[in-house]
Design a protein around this ligand. Structure first.
Ligand code: BTN
Length: 325
């Protein structure tokens, strides 16, 4: 009960601009004023600044930048995505936790979030630097209805959703580098790693890992990564609250998945191409079969990249890409 009441008190404070009397809160939530006071004390201990004025009541003034479930739920208005949350302060990788939870039967939209990862995983076997308090390290368990061969659509859809959220939150020109690197001014601000478990042609579940660099982390970064990486706080004056960003990502992913179910890949493809930073630019593409240079034309219907080279148009399914110039 304590936990649920805290969630309800916090939600009420979040949705109310002015002061709320203890009586009003206890009436609305069906609890005693002593119970309200207990929750206010507990919230203050957790870092929430709550003003109290005799005869007027309480008002939430500032909130801590934490990723705990109560905080995310205050903002998340989606129906399914991010409504069930597992939070840990520190873990090797939220991907691993999410796979374990999915195997135990977690439903569509279940979310794992951590404040710090000690063994964060990136694409192509790379590691992902995830220091405490600096970013959003989250993995979503998704159970899409698309056939296995269309899984690349999901990765592109998630990149589009997060791009839209980050653009909205910061006003910065966030761009996508195929397939799913999010860049600001050519430097990486977010990476997406989708891992699928499937049987025959049927997707059993997908774990979509999203890593967003929010607060400065350069002093903790290996030297060679510093010039290639950027954080949201470096490009905006807006105060950034990680739980709100997580909630916005959940809502946007849910909306785009609904759009995909109704209209197929086309609208997502168009949005992806709008945000892509690489169309018509010269690229070097490193694939398992070697390296080539060409100009990106766009995506084909499978989500693969179409590259115009000297020897014709090539379809790139998996690669590491370097933008020229
Ligand atoms: C990439 O750009 O290489 C993908 C990076 C994905 C990082 C995220 S952080 C949350 C989730 N847990 C992980 O270990 N990796 C993903």
């Amino acid at each position: 009960m304590g936990h649920t009441l805290r969630e309800a008190v916090l939600k009420l404070f979040t949705d109310t601009e002015g002061y709320l009397s203890g009586e009003c809160i206890s009436d609305q939530l069906g609890c005693t004023r002593a119970a309200v006071w207990k929750q206010v004390t507990e919230l203050r201990r957790l870092g929430y600044r709550i003003d109290a004025i005799p005869r007027k009541g309480y008002r939430l003034v500032t909130r801590p930048d934490v990723l705990v479930p109560d905080e995310i739920k205050c903002f998340n208005q989606s129906e399914e995505i991010g409504q069930t949350i597992r939070y840990v302060d520190v873990t090797p990788s939220t991907q691993t936790l999410a796979h374990g939870w999915a195997e135990e039967g977690a439903g569509h939209g279940a979310l794992v979030v951590a404040d710090e990862q000690t063994g964060g995983k990136g694409r192509l076997g790379r590691s992902w630097h995830s220091p405490p308090g600096s970013g959003i390290w989250m993995s979503l368990i998704l159970k899409p209805t698309m056939p296995l061969m269309h899984t690349p659509h999901l990765t592109l859809l998630i990149s589009v959703a997060v791009t839209r959220v980050l653009r909205q939150a910061t006003g910065a020109a966030v761009e996508i580098k195929w397939p799913n690197d999010l860049l600001i001014g050519g430097r990486k601000v977010c990476g997406v790693l989708t891992e699928v478990r499937a049987e025959a042609d049927q997707i059993h579940y997908c774990v979509a890992g999203i890593g967003i660099n929010v607060h400065p982390l350069s002093h903790q970064l290996p030297q060679q990564l510093r010039s290639q990486t950027i954080t949201l706080s470096e490009v905006t004056e807006q105060s950034l609250h990680r739980a709100e960003l997580v909630a916005a990502c959940c809502e946007e992913i849910e909306q785009l998945m609904q759009l995909y179910d109704e209209k197929g890949f086309s609208p997502v493809k168009t949005l992806w191409e709008t945000y892509a930073c690489m169309l018509d630019r010269w690229l070097t593409v490193h694939t398992a079969t070697g390296m080539r240079t060409g100009q990106a034309l766009g995506l084909d219907q499978s989500g693969a990249l179409l590259l115009e080279t000297d020897s014709g148009i090539e379809t790139i399914f998996s690669a590491d890409i370097t933008l020229k110039g």
